[in-house]
Design a protein around this ligand. Structure first.
Ligand code: NDP
Length: 314
């Protein structure tokens, strides 16, 4: 905005790091939940937000890994406010327990970063009998956001600062198809779905979730924004289930991929940068508003997914 004089264009690029895009930002007084903070982009997002003074709640299922990450962050930023809470997004019971514990803590909540994700594990069902990637990448986050919305609304009212919901999607949402695993065929034999296909569908669901939240917040004049984003291609643990691809990605990652510092930049930018204040219902990539697929702009599909998800969490 400042450099190019164009509304909504930031001065950053795909090679900007999370530290660069948050330089000079004082996040003290803000509290953020980061899911999947035990690895990859979530760990780096937590580090950089903590560096900027944000109180970070690492919402993770692997507490031992999380403790190591937290210790490293505290080593670098001794006065960081950073806590760990256990959360398994593939289990509705775990998400409900997390939300209930969070409310009991009386912590405020300015930002939720729905970052955790699995990509192409063997096709299986969650403990709630839901396809695992849809359950983890979308439904767990949908329930988490739903249960903590009142806390976010109260914080926004009391602090006078708009809350932000940031949903880490992927460019892979473009390969999703209408009427896929999210909807009518969810409970049929899942064996015939490719595991990548289920990932694409779950990432489309991420975009639709952000858009529908944004639409509802606007209608109800709720002081919270919701956006989705593609972080770029980054060599992390995300390809752990595909050893062949993982090997190739590891070899080429230094040449064509972002590193994790760059990979966490768009998330941190959308979560705390003043340029994003008030922007809602958008899809970001490389710290700029980008064009998502046609399907993810389909208002009726977003409503349908909302109703479908609501039914599942009842
Ligand atoms: P990682 O695999 O490094 O991190 C994923 C995180 O999600 C881990 O902390 C993992 O925990 C957590 N997670 C997985 N399942 C669950 C669960 N059931 N409950 C709670 N936490 C869970 O991958 P990235 O950091 O790369 O991925 C972060 C996000 O970025 C994902 O949403 C991914 O889809 C997205 N993305 C990544 C891209 C990339 O190139 N890396 C490209 C586009 C999008 P644990 O360590 O316990 O498994």
């Amino acid at each position: 905005m400042r450099f190019f004089g164009r509304k909504n264009s930031s001065r950053f690029s795909g090679s900007s790091t999370a530290e660069e895009v948050t330089h000079g930002i004082d996040g003290s007084g803000l509290t953020a939940i980061v899911t999947g903070a035990s690895s990859g982009l979530g760990a780096e997002t937590s580090r950089v937000l903590a560096l900027r003074g944000v109180h970070v709640i690492m919402a993770i299922r692997n507490v031992a890994n999380g403790k190591e990450i937290r210790a490293k962050i505290l080593n670098e930023v001794p006065n960081a406010k950073i806590d760990i809470m256990e959360l398994d997004l593939s289990s509705m019971a775990s998400v409900r327990k997390f939300a209930s514990d969070y409310k009991s803590s009386n912590n405020p909540l300015n930002i939720i970063i729905n970052n955790a994700g699995v990509c192409a594990p063997p096709i299986s069902l969650s403990e709630d009998n839901i396809e695992l990637q849809f359950a983890t990448n979308h439904l767990g986050h949908f329930l988490l956001t739903h249960l903590l919305l009142d806390t976010m609304k109260n914080t926004a009212l009391e602090s006078g600062k708009k809350g932000r919901i940031v949903i880490v999607s992927s460019i892979a949402h473009r390969y999703a198809i209408r009427g896929g695993i999210c909807f009518d065929r969810l409970n049929n034999s899942p064996g015939y779905f490719g595991s990548f296909f289920a990932y694409f569908q779950s990432k489309l669901a991420n975009n639709l979730h952000a858009n529908e939240l944004a639409r509802r917040f606007k209608n109800d004049k709720v002081q919270i924004t919701a956006n989705s984003l593609h972080p770029g291609a980054i060599y992390t643990n995300i390809f752990r289930y595909k050893s062949f691809l993982n090997g190739i990605f590891r070899m080429v990652s230094n040449f064509i991929f972002k590193d994790v510092h760059q990979g966490a930049a768009t998330t941190c930018y959308v979560a705390v940068h003043p340029e994003v204040e008030g922007i809602s219902g958008e899809y970001f990539s490389d710290c700029k508003i980008a064009k998502p697929s046609k399907l993810s702009q389909d208002i009726n599909l977003a409503r349908k997914l909302w109703d479908f998800s609501m039914d599942l969490i009842k």
